[in-house]
Every structure is written in structure tokens, then in C-alpha cells.
Design a protein around this ligand. Structure first.
Ligand code: SF4
Ligand code: F3S
Length: 408
């Protein structure tokens, strides 16, 4: 029987180099692809306690006459003993007898193996002109990468939050990697340059916050209130990707946040009512309305106000920016805007109930018809109010142009 050779971790550290690992992994991949080598099904087992598990990965290399397996372990409790949670042991067998031939303490080696596998993938798959590289692991590795990149980029990154934050019962209703997102947000936000809450849920609560709000779904800005951390809201269900991208680019270009309104929304995107630039607006002003889905007015593209369009009380740029680079948005498909981005409107007001026209101003394409303060309303403004009242709308006050005056 051949003698069992034991290779300690310190020996491995002396022998292994990045290039050696890269070349070995690359030839192993090639050998498996050519059928010169083979890997077998993974066997998974557990330890005596929760959080203790191991996986056995075995294979043969016909060309080099090698047979063996690696046992990878994860013992969660090792953290408390100041030991790494992950361990690896390799056992090579004598191909003639099946008896053990080489035993390797391979925890250090395994790290090189994983890194080399990533490097081989990058070298084979990445474009030659690529200048940025992102290598993201899974499971515990992903959490490690996340923590490390946050620490290394402290104050230099924008934290993007999607989804409302459940706060009831310690935040147990939404966890990532076993940790409440409430805790993750509180830990991460102070290290970010700014926080962007994207979508109606993250910005004002959205669907999960609808009564009775069983999980205590809370918008991101409320969690961070009083901390001095800058928060930008990009509401919408869905939010427009260009509004998000423009906000990020603005920050990256000018190193400051864009002007925000009182609800922390960028004014360039949410400064105007949808109604102000809607292509059906001339029909609204002229009192031409769809009364029912499929009726003549609907087929002719008349205003959808009487079908419950919330454009007159929703601040967003859907009517000008539109979605998906194909020029579409809810109203031009024939359905009223339901105010998905506006707190107190979307998911709150009944879908087809009439909107409350808060600020009716002339479309931005027109020369300003806004009266100076104290000089009364213009003829056009009065006509707009008249049309709204003619539509059976709630009475529109003579505060026309209020929003214009508020804009910077
Ligand atoms: Fe457009 Fe709706 Fe306003 Fe009518 S009520 S003009 S459909 S935004
Ligand atoms: Fe939402 Fe109304 Fe725009 S439903 S997507 S805010 S048109």
C-alpha cells in the first residue's frame, strides 16, 4: 500500500501562485469539456448542529490518472471561535488501489481555486476593450463582497433602495441574507453619499403600505428622517428608468443633487402635472370626454377624465418622457393614469373615481399665461377653469399657475 502524503496549509501557501492556479483551473475546464476528465454528482451532508454543512465534490482526470474528491465545509459557529467558517479538505486516491494517497489541507487553496475560476471566466468571456470589471459571488461570498465594497467606497457611492421597509416586529417581514432590510438600511445609508429611493413603495409606501399595512411598510425617507442623509425620491409603479438615470448622472456630473420638491422628488421630472402636457389635453379644455370604455369618445381619443384619469393630480413626466423608448404611456393606450406615483392617489383613490384637479395650469408648450400675483387670472386661465367645471369636475380654484410660481 502506498504511503499517505499529507500537505499542510503552510506548504500549500509556499507552493501555490496565482498563475499556477489559473493554469490548473483552465486546463481542468478544458479537460472536462473534452471528456478527458469528469466530475460527479455533488453529495451534501450536515453536521450535528444547525448551520453546519458540507459538500463532497468528486472527479477523475483520466489523462493524468488522478482520482479524488474535495470536502467543502461550512461551520457557522466557527465565527465565534475566531476561525473561518469555510474549510476545505482534498483527498486524492491511489488510482490502482483506491486507497488514500494525498491529503491536502485545502482551505487556502480553495480560495485560489475560486478566484482562478473567476479569472478564467473573465479572460475567456470579457470583451477585450472592457475597462470595468464586476465579479459578484453568491451566498456568503456576495455578502462579503457587499460589505467590503461599502467599506472601501465609504461616502463615494449612491445607495439605491427599492421596496418599502417593514418596521413592525423588528422588521422581520423582509430579510436579506437573514438580516432585516431595516437594519441593512440603517447600517448602510450613513456610509453612502446619498440615497435614492426608487419606486412608489420605497418613496411613499406604495401597495404594501395600503391599509391595514400589516407589516408596517414605511418609506425610506421616513426611516432616515433626522439623520441628515440626503434622500431623493423617484416614485412610480413603474418609475421611469430615465428619471433614475438622469438623477444619477446629474449627481455624478455636478457632485450635487438636482433641485428637489417638498416630497424630495427631482423637479426636472416631477415639477409638472401629467395633465399639463397630455396629448388629450385639448379635448379636456374643449369639454370632449370619453364617458365609457369603448364608446365613441374613447375611440376618438377624447380626454379620459370621466373614466377616472388622475393626470390632473399626479406630478410626473409620463406624458412627455413616456416609457420603453417606444413612445408609450398609460393614457395613449386608452387607459386613464391612475396616479401610480402620487402618494394619496395611486393605490388609495378608487381607480375610476374622478380626479381632484389641484393645480390646473396651461401646457408648457404655450407662452406663459400665468398672471402676476395680485393681478387676477388671465382669460386662458379662466377658460381652463371653465372647462374643468363643465366636465363635472370638482370646482377648480383661481390659483392657476401656483406650481409655476413655486418652481425655481
Ligand atoms: Fe390627459 Fe387625463 Fe388630463 Fe384628460 S384628464 S387631459 S386624459 S391627463
Ligand atoms: Fe403612473 Fe400615471 Fe404615469 S399611472 S406611469 S403616473 S401616467
Amino acid at each position: 500500500m502506498s504511503q499517505l502524503a499529507i500537505i499542510s496549509e503552510s506548504t500549500v501557501r509556499k507552493i501555490v501562485t496565482r498563475q499556477l492556479a489559473f493554469d490548473a483551473v483552465r486546463s481542468a475546464f478544458e479537460a472536462v469539456a473534452d471528456d478527458r476528465a469528469q466530475v460527479f454528482d455533488v453529495v451534501i451532508g450536515t453536521g450535528l448542529n444547525n448551520g453546519e454543512a458540507f459538500a463532497i465534490k468528486s472527479g477523475i482526470d483520466r489523462e493524468n490518472e488522478m482520482v479524488g474528491f474535495k470536502c467543502g465545509t461550512y461551520w457557522a459557529g466557527n465565527d465565534d471561535k475566531d476561525l473561518p467558517a469555510h474549510g476545505s479538505t482534498i483527498l486524492l486516491l491511489d488510482p490502482e488501489t483506491g486507497f488514500p494517497k494525498v491529503l491536502v489541507n485545502a482551505s487556502y487553496l480553495n480560495g485560489y481555486r475560486t478566484a482562478a475560476a473567476n479569472a478564467v471566466a473573465v479572460s475567456c468571456l470579457a470583451r477585450s476593450d472592457a475597462t470595468v470589471l464586476g465579479v459578484i459571488g453568491a451566498g456568503h461570498q456576495a455578502e462579503e463582497f457587499r460589505a467590503k465594497s461599502i467599506e472601501e467606497n465609504k461616502g463615494k457611492f449612491v445607495l439605491v433602495c427599492e421596496g418599502s421597509i417593514p418596521v413592525k416586529d423588528g422588521g422581520v417581514y423582509c430579510k436579506i441574507a437573514g438580516k432585516p432590510v431595516l437594519d441593512i438600511l440603517k447600517e448602510t445609508a450613513p456610509k453612502a453619499a446619498a440615497v435614492i429611493a426608487i419606486g412608489s413603495c420605497a418613496t411613499w409606501g406604495g401597495v404594501p403600505s395600503a391599509g391595514p399595512n400589516p407589516t408596517g411598510a414605511t418609506p425610506v425617507y421616513k426611516i432616515l428622517e433626522g439623520t441628515g442623509i440626503p434622500v431623493i425620491n423617484i416614485p412610480g409603479c413603474p418609475p421611469n428608468g430615465y428619471n433614475f438615470l438622469s438623477t444619477v448622472l446629474y449627481y455624478v456630473t455636478f457632485n450635487k443633487l438636482p433641485d428637489l420638491d417638498e416630497k424630495l422628488r427631482p423637479k426636472f421630472a416631477y415639477g409638472r402635472l401629467i395633465h399639463e402636457n397630455c396629448e388629450r389635453r385639448p379635448h379636456f379644455d374643449a369639454g370632449r370626454f370619453a364617458e365609457q370604455f369603448g364608446d365613441e369618445g374613447h375611440l376618438k381619443g377624447y380626454c379620459l377624465y370621466k373614466l377616472g384619469c388622475k393626470g390632473p393630480e399626479t406630478f410626473n413626466n409620463c406624458s412627455t418622457l413616456r416609457f420603453n423608448d417606444v413612445g408609450t404611456w398609460p393614457v395613449n393606450t386608452g387607459h386613464p393614469c391612475f396616479g401610480c406615483s402620487e402618494e394619496g392617489v395611486g393605490f388609495t383613490a378608487p381607480l375610476h373615481s374622478p380626479a381632484r384637479p389641484l393645480y390646473i395650469t396651461p401646457p408648457t408648450q404655450f407662452t406663459s399665461a400665468t398672471p402676476e400675483k395680485g393681478k387676477g387670472a388671465s382669460a386662458l386661465a379662466a377658460a381652463v377653469a371653465g372647462a374643468a367645471a363643465g366636465a363635472g369636475a370638482v370646482a377648480v380654484g383661481m390659483n392657476l399657475g401656483k406650481k409655476d410660481n413655486e418652481e425655481s
